[in-house]
Design a protein around this ligand. Structure first.
Ligand code: UDP
Ligand code: MG
Length: 320
């Protein structure tokens, strides 16, 4: 198999209006960097418009264009996964089809990767033009909340626009989970990852394919894929309720001793308070086990080798 120096992977959903412009700008940026030694991988994610015929036409004219048509709309993260799985390059650039991420930054990103000997150069949005206040506000809130609840540090304000080395990509591809939050998974992989600040432009044409429902879906995938904190919430409630119920029980007992409690109220209140906190606590315990079970069931690799010195046996198996 020939490995081109660079693969550019672009998931596309209803991007017919942008495709010709995307093709021109991405090809120009790639040629300026690596000459002819690149491939452009376009994934048609079950578009409802003319994206696929346009891709076919473009690929007939351009031998460096690989177009992949998915069976249906699988969503951004899975479309991107398909492209990453099928690309062959030594370096891989992931970019959105809508030209919000300027392909012309490729040169600077490659320079940064070389200078810092990085495996991943991820673009961090400095400002976002042409996006609604709502989108920016929800995105900002989401990234910060995510940062608080996840155990893997996931960089803030980072999308899927990034340059990756082959070994980082292969490591990423070894994560088999269904519910994919790619930027988190790439962060999980590790190696040397450096940020690259840039200004995000407006969409070139068409409109966002990420309505609120898809954003929520992605947010849930991120939360549940990288955190078991929601599951352990019940045990925190249990402990808090347990503490509060001690005070409550003292108050109830005090009322009983003073003799100003309605008959039956004391025992009833005791039962409600005690059972409530015990139930919460037990639910929390189940959550803790379930959380661990969930993490195990993902069958992620336990470690990934970064460097190998000398002709160590078994490196071929590692695939580096
Ligand atoms: N996309 C996709 N499948 C989908 C939705 C989106 O492949 O179901 C692609 C889309 O064509 C674009 C990228 O994912 O290249 C990001 O989508 P969009 O620009 O709509 O998201 P936003 O930039 O508004 O977050
Ligand atoms: Mg976009």
């Amino acid at each position: 198999m020939h490995r081109p120096t660079l693969s550019i992977v672009v998931p596309c959903y209803n991007e017919a209006l942008t495709l010709p412009q995307l093709h021109a700008r991405v090809s120009a940026a790639a040629k300026a960097e690596v000459g002819e030694d690149y491939e452009l991988v376009l994934i048609n994610d079950g578009s409802k418009d003319d994206s696929w015929p346009i891709m076919q036409r473009l690929s007939a004219e351009d031998p460096r264009l690989v177009a992949i048509n998915l069976s249906r709309n699988h969503g951004h993260q899975l479309a991107l996964t398909a492209g990453l799985d099928l690309c062959a390059g030594e370096q891989i650039l992931v970019i959105d089809a809508d030209l919000q991420d300027p392909p012309e930054l490729l040169g600077e990103m490659r320079a940064k990767m070389a200078a810092e000997q990085a495996d991943v150069v991820y673009a961090v949005r400095r400002k976002r033009d042409g996006e609604t206040f709502f989108k920016k506000a929800t995105a900002a809130a989401f990234y910060r909340l995510l940062d608080r609840v996840t155990d893997t540090p996931i960089p803030l304000d980072t999308g899927d626009f990034r340059l990756m080395s082959r070994r980082a990509l292969d490591a990423f591809l070894s994560l088999p989970e269904q519910a994919r939050f790619i930027r988190g998974m790439v962060a999980w992989v590790g190696f040397r990852q450096v940020p690259f600040p840039y200004d995000r432009a407006e969409r070139f044409a068409g409109e966002t394919n990420y309505p609120l429902s898809k954003m929520l879906r992605l947010a849930f995938d991120a939360m549940t894929g990288f955190s078991t904190k929601p599951l352990t919430l019940a045990s925190h409630f249990g402990v808090a309720l347990g503490g509060a119920s001690v005070l409550l029980l003292i108050y109830i007992a005090y009322g009983f001793i003073r003799g100003n409690a309605v008959p039956g109220w004391t025992s009833l209140a005791f039962i409600v308070v005690l059972l409530g906190s015990v139930q919460m606590f037990v639910l929390g315990m189940i959550g803790e086990y379930l959380g661990r079970l969930y993490v195990e069931s993902k069958r992620r690799p336990l470690y990934l080798v970064s460097d190998v010195a000398g002709p160590v046996q078994g490196t071929a198996k590692l695939g580096y």
